[in-house]
Design a protein around this ligand. Sequence first.
Ligand SMILES: [Ca+2]
Length: 241
Amino acid sequence: MTQTQLRRSVISAMFGVLVAGNAAAAALGSFANGGFEGYVGNTNSFNSAVPPGWTTTAGTPDVFSAGTTMNNFAWKASSTGGDFLHGIGWDGRPNAPYVESALQVGLTGLVIGQQYEVSFEQSISNSNFSEGGGYWEVVFGTESHNGALMSLPALGVIADWVWQTLIFTATSDIQTLEVIAHSNPATSSQRADLGIDSFFLGDPGTNPQNPPTNVPEPFTLALLGIGMVGLAASRRKTRTQ
Ligand SMILES: [Ca+2]
């Protein structure tokens, strides 16, 4: 490849990346109610309800809040507050595997091949029914990732809400997201009572609520960086000829 060809290919790659980045920033859709607000029924009961924007896909997840204390449930408020989704994970329930899940349809404006951060807060409670720990699985498009496994709090201990950051690569410009509560695989016959709140979708590291720690560098910036290095090297080589 000649110097001119190299420079053209580098510039062309950079232009393509910039166009893709702009398209993502302009049109990326956000969650319809990623904070699980708007339910008007009784949150201090097993209401088997999901708030506007969400659809139940398995079991009967509930809308809870920090005021949900029936059956010795105990929760703090998440950092974004209000209501949240409660799901039971009980994968190994004797004779009848059981999980609870909910769906967010059609998050739009994604750029195929680009990385996205899906972040949320999670917690766990020890109610009269709870038996063990568990985790949330998040399916976004064709990809699935798990949040960190949470242990069952001791009786009387109220668990914190902890941010989870998952990185997905879009395979379509519109993708559906599903959250699924699971029990600890090591003790899957024990029921876990999990909470989830504060959903965010965006470029990695850009959730203003979620302090970015160990978030991979955005794919576009990495590619742009490689392009700049290539261009600089090409210029240096030209000058020395
Ligand atoms: Ca909320």
